[in-house]
Design a binder for this molecule. Structure first.
Ligand code: FES
Length: 220
């Protein structure tokens, strides 16, 4: 007997909806599953979500990447975008909304064209993460840039660091926040020297800046 069965059996006044514990859409869900022809889902978004669903034995497992695809297309998880994903996945919009509202990296309201997450967890905090967050907030004030503190982003080796439009930068100084925001708004490359993408990987034998290597733009 499951705990849910037990609770329902011991107190018949408590309704037990097994779908809640089994991951199915609750039977009391007030919204139905929208039909594809009702939601005008862009073909690229539909194809991407279908590709994501094909990766998992359970279609619901594709909910987070599907919502991420919606957010990438519309800038946030718009109600219409969620309805489109729900129609493709054959789940209710309420189910996807419940998933989107649970995760900090998914936004169910518009937060800004650009997003900056400044890590304030232990390694970054010890190296000035709070000051860095304050600097980014001041630099982005009044701009269409969402700045928030965040828990460990898994790049403690470049502490203090921030994710700027999903790309990692560090170690950062508070004085670089203004430059980063200005570059972001003007469309320039953001702090190229602080980009994680530009750092050599463990085991790289090529020294950054050495001539003659792949990607070296020098011409004789
Ligand atoms: S503590 Fe900041 S990335 Fe881990």
């Amino acid at each position: 007997m499951s705990p849910v069965d037990g609770a329902g059996a011991s107190n018949p006044n408590l309704p037990v909806d097994r779908s809640v514990t089994e991951g199915r859409t609750p039977s009391t869900d007030p919204q139905g599953i929208p039909e594809l022809q009702e939601v005008d889902c862009p073909p690229e978004l539909r194809e991407r979500i279908e590709m994501l669903m094909a990766r998992y034995p359970e279609k619901n497992s594709a909910s987070i990447p599907a919502l991420w695809a919606v957010q990438e297309r519309y800038g946030w998880c718009t109600p219409e975008g969620i309805r489109q994903a729900a129609a493709v996945m054959r789940v209710t919009p309420a189910y996807l909304e419940s998933v989107a509202s649970f995760y900090d990296l998914l936004h169910t309201t518009r937060v800004g064209e650009h997003r900056i997450e400044v890590c304030t967890n232990i390694s970054c905090w010890m190296r000035g993460g709070d000051e860095l967050l304050d600097a980014f907030r001041a630099a982005a004030a009044g701009e269409d840039v969402f700045v928030t503190g965040f828990e460990c982003l898994g790049a403690c080796d470049i502490a203090p660091m921030a994710a700027i439009d999903q790309r990692y930068f560090g170690p950062l100084l508070p004085g670089e926040a203004r430059t980063a925001v200005d570059q972001l708004l003007s469309g320039d490359a953001v702090l190229p020297d602080k980009s994680l993408e530009k750092r050599p990987l463990a085991g790289d034998t090529q020294v950054a800046g050495a001539s003659g290597g792949a990607g070296d733009g020098s011409a004789e």
